[in-house]
Design a protein around this ligand. Structure first.
Ligand SMILES: N[C@@H](CCC(=O)N[C@@H](CS)C(=O)NCC(=O)O)C(=O)O
Length: 220
């Protein structure tokens, strides 16, 4: 059986959970926080989560896991078969990770864990998020899904990545990242209504206290 390593508060982990739920695949969760212990590094070379253990070996990097799952279990696809349409979905996934997820992540310590980031970082991230969202609005279709009328991997990245980026923008800069993008707002509402997304959100809520305690134990 597939084994998914990670923890329920991780947005990347939840992307894989949603893909597995969408496809109706059984899997076992091995709850683990990112760490640098040799045993875990043997599974995940950077000590990050998620990692997916398959019958053939372990795979890391969320977008690659999503692509693997889709190739191995093609029912309920996450990527179109047509090469150009498929490239468009991959482009959107990469775009959101590079230009929204990663800049926002630099401010997670202040937005979510009671830490502080430098004024320089705040300035850079604010500009990056604005540019990233403006770019996404140019690239995405939001009709109603990110890449068109079919749910895809781009919606999974959007749900768990752009949502966090918008949390950072709101908490640190008092900006509504979705301002002027009714399509993005509508899609976030549609995705949050899905029963599998609600289940993942409930798991996340239940796991949050333990995770915050774990993170703050490093800040003392
Ligand atoms: N590029 C990785 C990023 C995964 C990632 O950053 N996961 C976070 C948890 S949400 C993590 O493990 N952070 C620990 C670290 O960066 O050392 C992927 O796509 O899976």
């Amino acid at each position: 059986m597939l084994k998914l390593y990670g923890f329920d508060v991780s947005n990347y982990f939840n992307m894989i959970k949603l893909a597995l739920a969408h496809k109706g695949l059984d899997y076992e969760v091995v709850t683990v926080y990112p760490n640098q212990e040799p045993e875990f590094l043997a599974k995940s070379p950077m000590g990050k989560v998620p990692a997916l253990e398959t019958e053939d070996g372990i795979i890391v990097e969320t977008n690659i896991i999503l692509e693997y799952l889709d190739a191995k279990y093609p029912d309920k696809p996450l990527y179109p078969v047509d090469p150009f349409a498929q490239a468009r979905v991959k482009e959107l996934v990469k775009f959101m990770e590079l230009y929204l997820e990663l800049p926002a992540r630099r401010c997670h310590p202040e937005a979510f864990f009671g830490g502080k980031v430098s004024d320089e970082t705040r300035k850079e991230v604010k500009r990056a998020l604005f540019r990233g969202m403006t770019g996404l609005n140019r690239l995405a279709s939001f009709s109603p899904y990110v890449a068109g009328d079919q749910f895809s991997a781009a919606d999974i990245m959007f749900l768990y990545s752009v949502d966090l980026a918008s949390g950072v923008a709101y908490k640190l800069f008092n900006i509504d990242l979705f301002d002027g993008s009714q399509g993005a707002k509508n899609l976030m509402a549609i995705l949050n209504e899905l029963p599998e997304v609600q289940k993942i959100a409930a798991d996340r809520k239940a796991a949050n206290k333990a995770f915050v305690e774990y993170v703050t134990s490093f800040q003392k």
